[in-house]
Structures are given as structure tokens and as C-alpha cells.
Design a binder for this molecule. Structure first.
Ligand SMILES: Cc1cc2nc3c(=O)[nH]c(=O)nc-3n(C[C@H](O)[C@H](O)[C@H](O)COP(=O)(O)OP(=O)(O)OC[C@H]3O[C@@H](n4cnc5c(N)ncnc54)[C@H](O)[C@@H]3O)c2cc1C
Ligand code: SF4
Length: 477
């Protein structure tokens, strides 16, 4: 197993402080300790191979070899300048990108069997050092520009676009229906993967850069798209995907069966110090309970690992295919296994039983059949092979679809794909509505933070070109 996944006691960080389960005492992922002492040593392992597959496989095309070289030479300020030139939130990506599938998975040293250069950890280290040393200054555009952009959704796509456009002097307002900015960085991804202090620090930086953030503002309820269009010269829709996929089975309306986001949001809010009624009354608190999570993606892994940290009595994960075919990151699955999650592969819920609230999940055992059109083997029920599992809480983590944006925004002409994602021109992320652009999960479907940042930056370029063309048009008129 990769050494970085081992859990160690690193003294100061007590399990209470970490909210760790009593089952696995004193654990913390080792990379926290590793980055402080070994960044330079790790960076110097880069062979500067001349064929930077790491860079090609980074969605932001980060200039990794250069900032590794500068880190190895101890020139951290220069390393930060290069790393932040292509990435709007390197400290976030360094923490939560699935590096095993992106940059690190394509490191030639990894492929020659000597273990990857730990690119993500170094990227995070460089940026954290830059914050600590005051090298990160609020954005100060060379000159102010009167044109304004309204961005709907303050997740990574919206934030990245806001930063890029503000650098050009545009007046930016970020609207978000949550009470805090950050999108899934703040209320989806758990604190043990991404420290919320990192996200809050970035939000403060946006405010200091004179980006206006309007929270508790839901487009579709508090304003229509048309209202915002009248207020701004261009609009970016970066609303993410939030419609949870459902399990429609006998008993699925019993109490204590709920979607993953309810559980994760409550836990994140609690971690941020909020009063959360549904957590305090036990609804979304796993402590002392038998927890069953349905699904095999990264959201399911976040739920099982959160339940472990809340000191659940038992945590099981049902997935209808086998381990090899799990959609979640292999690293996340390994972490969950090591923390004591009981994975029940090749199993799917058949029904839920209980008097008023769920007490048991009846499970169909599955086998893998012929591959479907996507090439993945189709799970088939093994007739007569059933099991039952005790459950006090069942968490549905089966993925997300887009909400009906044209209906919600009262803009029926807005074109969407057959999946409900917003159709854009891939060159500039323009929608079919004049002056309206879209970026992030609402265009790609549920994806990754690094792709949302990439889209936000690309959309900013498209918006800037559009706004400049408006000025030219006005001058010509
Ligand atoms: C549990 C979970 C864990 C994840 N873990 C990882 C991970 O480890 N690594 C990784 O790379 N990716 C991870 N992802 C995926 C990643 O979080 C998303 O791909 C990314 O956040 C998408 O960014 P976005 O800006 O498009 O949307 P979001 O982050 O979803 O932000 C959209 C914002 O729009 C706001 N909004 C929506 N509708 C409206 C409206 N009508 N009016 C106003 N505001 C609105 C929302 O409140 C939200 O703040 C995870 C996702 C989940 C659900
Ligand atoms: S942004 Fe992600 S993929 Fe790119 S270098 Fe950083 S960790 Fe690797």
C-alpha cells in the first residue's frame, strides 16, 4: 500500500480534535506531516523528464516541472508565482484533486515503479507558505472598468471566473443561495479532506479584492435570470448539480432514509460552529448508530468516512458492482477500508423494513453480467440470494443530476442537453442566450473541482471578449 495512506499518531492532533472514531485511535493522513518536512526533498525527486505527462494530465495544464524545480531550489515565492498563474485555488486542488488519476498517476517516476513525486502535497505546501508569508495580496486591477458581471453560484467555477474577471477591473457580484460562499467546497466535501479554514480564507480574499458576495439569494426565487440580465452586462451560470438520484423501493419513505447532501451539509455546518437542529436532535448524527450508505462514488466515501468520525456503531457501504468497478477514487476506498468501513460489494438494496423508521435493509446479491454499451459489466440480481442488514440510518449517495434550470430561472429558451446540463459553445462557454455563459458541473455534470476551476477561467476569457465586443459595438453605433 502507498505509504501516504497509512495512519499515524502525530502527537499534537488528538482524536478528539480530529473528531476521529474510537475504533481507529489517533489517526491522521500522513501527508499533513509529510508536506512540512519533506516538500523540498520530494520536489528534488522530479527527474525534469522533458516529457511532462503530469502537466498534460492536469486539467489546468499546470507548469508542474518548473514549480517543482523552484521548490527543490528553495525558491518558494517564485514557485508560488508560477503555480498560481494557472490555478485559482492551488491550495484546494493540492488537497483534494484525485492526483492518482491525474498528475501523479502520470508521473514517469511512478510509472517506472519508484513512487510518484507527491505533486499535490507540494502544490498545497507552496500556496500555504505563500499565505503564511503574506505573498498573496488582494486583487488590485490596473484600472477599474464600469462593466459588471453577475455570477450565479459561488462554488469553484464561479470563484475562479470572479477572480479572473476582477483582475481585468470588471465589477463582479457573486450570488449564492447558501448562507456561505464556496459551493461544495464548504458544504459538500468534509473537513477532514479539505479544512474549511482554507475555503474561508479564500472567501475573505475575494471580499478584500472587492468582489461582492450576496448570499441567501436564490435565482429563480429572489430574482429571475431576466432580472439579473437587466442589472449586469454579462451573466455566468455556475450553479452545480444538486438533484439527488433517488431509490424508489418498498419502504423507501420510512424515516431516517435521506440523501447524502443532507448528512454532509449538517456535518459541515456543525463543524463550522453553526447550530444545526437536525444534527442536535440526532437525525443527521451517526453516533452510536448502524449506518448503511448506498453508492460507490466519492460522495459515498465521504459519507462513510464522516459517519466513522461521528463514532457510528457500524458503517456499511452497499455497492452493486465489485471493488474493481467502484467509481470512487481507489485512494478514498482504501482510506475508508482502513478506517473500518464494512464494504458489501455486489449488493443492492431490495427493500427497507421498519415500523416507523428504517430498521433493516434487505439486500439483493448481484453478479456481473455482459458489458453494456459503455463497456462496463452490467450488475444482475442472483435470484434467491438475499441478505438483511441492521440499519438505524440509510444514506442515499447515488449521484446527482442537474435541476431544471430553464424552468427554475424562468428562461424556457435556455438550451440544455438531454441530461439537463446547460448547452454551451465549448470555445467560449457561451449559452444560446445573449450575454449568458455557463461553467462547472452545470455544464459537465458532476465532475471535479479542478475542472470547475478550468471552466471558470475559460468562461472568464469568453466573457471578457464579449464585454470588449460590446464596447466596440457601442462606439461604432
Ligand atoms: C460530497 C462531494 C465530495 C466531493 N469531493 C471531491 C473531491 O474530493 N475532489 C474533487 O475534485 N471534487 C470533489 N467533488 C466534486 C466537486 O465538489 C464539484 O465538481 C465542484 O464543486 C463543482 O463546482 P461548481 O462551481 O460547478 O459547483 P458547486 O461547487 O456545486 O457550486 C455551485 C453553487 O451554486 C449555488 N447555487 C445553485 N443554484 C443556485 C441558485 N438558483 N441561485 C443561487 N445560487 C445557486 C450553490 O448553492 C453552490 O454554492 C465532490 C462532490 C461532492 C458532492
Ligand atoms: S491541479 Fe490537481 S491535477 Fe493539477 S497539478 Fe494540482 S493536484 Fe495535480
Amino acid at each position: 500500500m502507498n505509504k501516504m495512506l497509512k495512519f499515524v499518531n502525530i502527537g499534537k492532533e488528538t482524536p478528539e480534535k480530529l473528531g476521529a472514531s474510537n475504533r481507529k485511535e489517533n489517526f491522521l493522513e500522513i501527508y499533513k506531516e509529510f508536506i512540512d518536512s519533506k516538500a523540498k526533498e520530494q520536489a528534488s525527486r522530479c527527474s525534469q523528464c522533458g516529457t511532462p505527462f503530469c502537466q498534460v494530465h492536469c486539467p489546468l495544464n499546470n507548469n508542474i516541472p518548473d514549480w517543482l524545480k523552484l521548490t527543490a531550489e528553495g525558491r518558494l515565492k517564485d514557485a508560488y508565482e508560477i503555480s498560481s498563474a494557472t490555478n485559482s485555488m492551488p491550495e484546494v486542488c493540492g488537497s483534494i484533486c484525485p492526483q492518482d488519476r491525474l498528475c501523479e498517476g502520470n508521473c514517469v517516476i511512478e510509472q517506472s515503479g519508484h513512487g510518484t513525486v507527491t505533486i499535490g502535497a507540494i502544490e498545497k505546501f507552496i500556496t500555504n507558505t505563500a499565505w503564511e508569508n503574506g505573498w498573496i495580496e488582494p486583487i488590485k486591477p490596473l484600472s477599474e472598468n464600469k462593466q459588471s458581471v453577475g455570477i450565479i453560484g459561488a462554488g469553484p467555477a464561479g470563484i475562479a471566473a470572479a477572480m479572473e474577471l476582477r483582475k481585468e477591473g470588471y465589477q463582479i457580484t457573486l450570488y449564492d443561495r447558501y448562507d456561505r460562499a464556496g459551493g461544495l467546497l464548504i458544504y459538500g466535501i468534509p473537513n477532514f479532506k479539505l479544512d474549511k479554514k482554507i475555503v474561508l480564507r479564500r472567501i475573505k480574499y475575494l471580499e478584500k479584492s472587492k468582489i461582492k458576495i450576496v448570499t441567501n439569494f436564490e435565482v429563480g426565487k429572489d430574482a429571475s435570470l431576466k432580472d439579473l440580465k437587466e442589472k449586469h452586462d454579462a451573466i455566468l451560470i455556475a450553479t452545480g448539480v444538486y438533484k439527488a438520484r433517488e431509490v424508489d423501493l418498498p419502504g423507501s419513505n420510512l424515516k431516517n432514509i435521506f440523501p447524502a447532501m443532507n448528512f454532509l451539509t449538517a456535518s459541515n455546518k456543525k463543524g463550522l460552529g453553526d447550530t444545526v437542529k437536525e444534527f442536535d436532535n440526532g437525525t443527521y448524527n451517526a453516533e452510536g448508530k448502524n449506518i448503511v450508505v448506498i453508492g460507490g462514488g466519492d460522495t459515498a466515501m465521504d459519507c462513510v468516512r464522516t459517519a466513522i468520525r461521528q463514532k457510528a456503531k457500524s458503517v456499511s457501504c452497499l455497492y452493486r458492482r465489485d471493488k474493481v468497478n467502484m467509481p470512487g477514487s481507489a485512494r478514498e476506498v482504501a482510506n475508508a477500508e482502513e478506517e473500518g468501513v464494512n464494504f458489501i460489494w455486489l449488493s443492492s438494496p431490495k427493500s427497507f423494513e421498519g415500523k416507523h423508521q428504517v430498521e433493516k435493509v434487505i439486500i439483493n446479491k448481484m453478479r456481473l453480467g455482459e458489458p453494456d454499451s459503455s463497456g462496463r459489466q452490467t450488475p444482475k440480481i442472483i435470484e434467491g440470494a438475499e441478505e438483511s442488514l441492521e440499519a438505524d440510518i440509510v444514506i442515499k449517495a447515488l449521484g446527482f443530476d442537474p435541476e431544471n434550470i430553464p424552468k427554475l430561472f424562468n428562461e424556457q429558451d435556455l438550451e440544455v442537453t438531454k441530461w439537463g446540463t446547460i448547452k454551451t459553445d465549448l470555445k467560449n462557454l457561451k449559452t444560446n442566450i445573449e450575454g449568458v455563459f455557463a461553467a462547472g458541473d452545470i455544464v459537465r455534470g458532476a465532475s471535479l473541482v479542478v475542472w470547475a476551476i478550468r471552466d471558470g477561467r475559460d468562461a472568464a476569457k469568453g466573457i471578457s471578449r464579449y464585454l470588449k465586443s460590446l464596447i466596440k459595438k457601442n462606439k461604432a453605433a
